[in-house]
Design a protein around this ligand. Sequence first.
Ligand code: NAG
Ligand code: NAG
Ligand code: NAG
Ligand code: NAG
Ligand code: NAG
Ligand code: NAG
Length: 818
Amino acid sequence: MAVASRKPLQNRQVATLFLFLCVSVGDAATIRYSVAEEMESGSFVANVAKDLGLEVGKLVARGARLVSEGNKLHFRLHRKTGDLFVKEKLDRESLCGKADPCVLHFEIVLGEPLQSFRVEVRVFDINDNAPSFQNKEPLLKIPESTPLGSRFPLQSAQDLDVGLNGLQNYTLSTNAYFHLHTRFRSHGPKYAELVLDKPLDREEQAEVNLTITAVDGGSPPKSGTAHIRVVVLDVNDHVPQFSRLVYRAQVPENSANGSLVATVTATDLDEGTNKEITYSLAQNPEAILQTFQIDSHTGEVRLREPLDFEATETYDIDIQATDGGGLSAHSKVLVEVMDVNDNPPEVMVSSVSSPLPEDSPLQTVVALFTIRDRDIRVGGKITCFLREDLPFVVKPTFRNSYSLVTDKSLDREDVSGYNITIVAMDTGPPNLSTETVIEVLISDINDNPPKFQKDSYVLTVRENNSPAIFIGKVHAEDLDLGENAQVTYSLLPPKSGDLSVFAYISINSDNGKLYALRTMDYEAIQDFQFVVKATDGGFLTLSSQVTVRVVVLDDNDNRPMILYPLQNGTLPCNDLVPRSAEAGYLVTKVVAVDGDSGQNSWLSYHLLKATDLGLFSVQRQNGEIRTLRQISERDPMMQKLTILVQDHGQPALSTTASLNILLVDGFSEPYLRFWDPSKHSKKVNSTTKYLVISLSVLSFLFLLSVTVIFIIHIYQKIKHRDTFTIQEHFYDDCNFPNNLVQGEGNGSLSRPCTYEICSATGTGNSEFRFLKRFMPNFPFPHASGEVRTEDRSSLPTDSNRNRSRGSEDHTQVSDDYM
Ligand SMILES: *[C@@H]1O[C@H](CO)[C@@H](O)[C@H](O)[C@H]1NC(C)=O
Ligand SMILES: *[C@@H]1O[C@H](CO)[C@@H](O)[C@H](O)[C@H]1NC(C)=O
Ligand SMILES: *[C@@H]1O[C@H](CO)[C@@H](O)[C@H](O)[C@H]1NC(C)=O
Ligand SMILES: *[C@@H]1O[C@H](CO)[C@@H](O)[C@H](O)[C@H]1NC(C)=O
Ligand SMILES: *[C@@H]1O[C@H](CO)[C@@H](O)[C@H](O)[C@H]1NC(C)=O
Ligand SMILES: *[C@@H]1O[C@H](CO)[C@@H](O)[C@H](O)[C@H]1NC(C)=O
């Protein structure tokens, strides 16, 4: 374009070129030319030869040349024609910068004679440079609060051209905020200022793009632009804004610590720290500050303490949001606590009657209690029952009051107290329950009589005891308590009213120890029984009785007594033995009795002394004296024997009996010979007669009883076979109905068995004792005979067995007599 614009210029410049021709004589002559810049290389400037007034040929001849004064030659001389050309394109801005006018100097030097001419070429400016901004996109930061009319100087644009071609004016793109004000400096180019016309608002428009244009004065004018970016800086001119006016939250009261209640959010239109919001629970009462906490960054409101619906149902929390610039806003969180069944029912016992008498009737009130549940709206319905199966039951009285009453009868001896667990349960969900324990003790009532440890007691005491000896004790237990269980013992008067037992026995009323008051005599009394009464100490005393039987044990305190032969006469008894008697002839029999019983009365007979020991022998068991051999003529007529009778007691007691035996040829002879008629004839005679009679009576009775027994036996069998009726076992041998045997009976003894026994005992004499025994007068029950049977049966030997049976039966006889 520069070229295109330069071509038409060329003619004009040449046309307007005015030429100075100064011909100076000598050396000094100056030629001045003007030339426009940007001329193409080789452009014609002027004809120097003509201007110097020289002939054309002369230039060649004189060797004209151009000599630069400075460092560079911008022109060229055509010597033949004398034309001056532009050597290369001239740029005024680079040759002279801002200097105006711009003049180039050189000389034309001619030889022969040496001559020089000074040439000045002035280069004219053309508008070939547009104004330009060094920074095409400058950034301007302006706070949004800047007051109107503030000025912001901008960088100036550069235009290399000078004069009118240089920078002339600035223009600004249309905008709402700024206008431009162009200003001059004394030195340097013009510059512009932005003037604020309208308040900046970052929140409305954060930046403004402006275009500034610099214009020069050339024709046509040239311009350059720059884009100004105005960034509006933030100022904290906005308060935070909550997303809602009021936040609402519903929280179950059993929410865990730290549970989220609500999240509040606030925003701020500002920027940077000005929009950084912190949340806080400012200006809240202490209770709320204790219960809630807020995350200052996220705005999460959380629990920091368990809620209790029953205490507080709603909370009104004030929340504050503050931005980095210190501006703050407020909002509210309304928290509604939701009721949850979290309170178990409470049992309040108002009264308990303990101890409770064991004879309390059914439906007796034991305790009164009320039940309360703090969960008002949920789970408020309550059921109440006992955990275990006890003789009590819960009865509702009114509203939430209940009573505990007895449902079954109580027995202190069975269960002395109860721990009653009352369960109160609400209906939830979830079901909650409480257990309350009421301790009820059962107090004693005297409802148990003393009870003896045994149904009956059998005590033994050895005869000849020392008086007041301890013989045993009875003991009774009472299941009751305290006084009601304090047992005292006493002897009960016999029914017959005879108080003789008190003479024999005494009892310690405290401990039931029994003492024999008197010396017992077995031969007098073998056993007796009495009744002990145990009484407790209750208000209404109860008592029980027990039978105590005392069995007297035998002692060997009686010597055997010789019944035959009589030992108290002056003359010993004489027995006659015919000399013709064979060996084994029964001479006589020693009869002895012992007052004791059992072993103590079991007698044995021994030959102690004899005139001739080889002639007689004594049967150990029955005392029969027999000859051992044939009597010889040499044997003296008078034989003296001493017999020892001994019982088997410990120690054994014994008696001796002596008797004389006369060996006679006939029964009359010795009697006549030795009989002393003056003294004892009648007495001996009668004695012998009695003996013979008694022996024959005994033999007769024996035979009779055997016969009777046989007949009875037969009769019984027949009867049994015929009728099957009569309860035979009621009649043992000794209990036959009297009429059956009455006819055969001996007048003095009414029963057949008596005969049997008397004969069976043989030498035993104990039956006599029983016939004449004396008894204490209190009644002896029938059982006493059986006891003795047991005692005797324990005796060891066979011979004893006979005897014991005898005494047993005779006891019955004696009982019958009583
Ligand atoms: C500069 O330009 C503005 C319009 O852009 C004009 O109003 C003003 O007169 C001009 N100044 C000069 C000195 O030309
Ligand atoms: C201003 O100009 C810049 C780039 O020069 C651009 O990114 C921005 O979006 C413009 N802003 C406006 C409001 O036009
Ligand atoms: C609840 O938790 C917070 C911490 O999260 C603790 O500071 C506070 O003591 C807790 N409260 C209870 C009652 O445990
Ligand atoms: C009741 O329970 C208490 C405590 O366990 C105990 O000491 C007491 O003996 C119990 N009472 C009864 C009557 O069981
Ligand atoms: C709660 O009570 C209901 C009815 O009262 C009963 O069916 C349920 O078994 C109970 N749950 C518990 C855990 O006791
Ligand atoms: C001998 O004793 C018996 C009985 O003991 C008696 O009956 C009798 O009279 C006594 N005779 C003499 C002489 O003492």
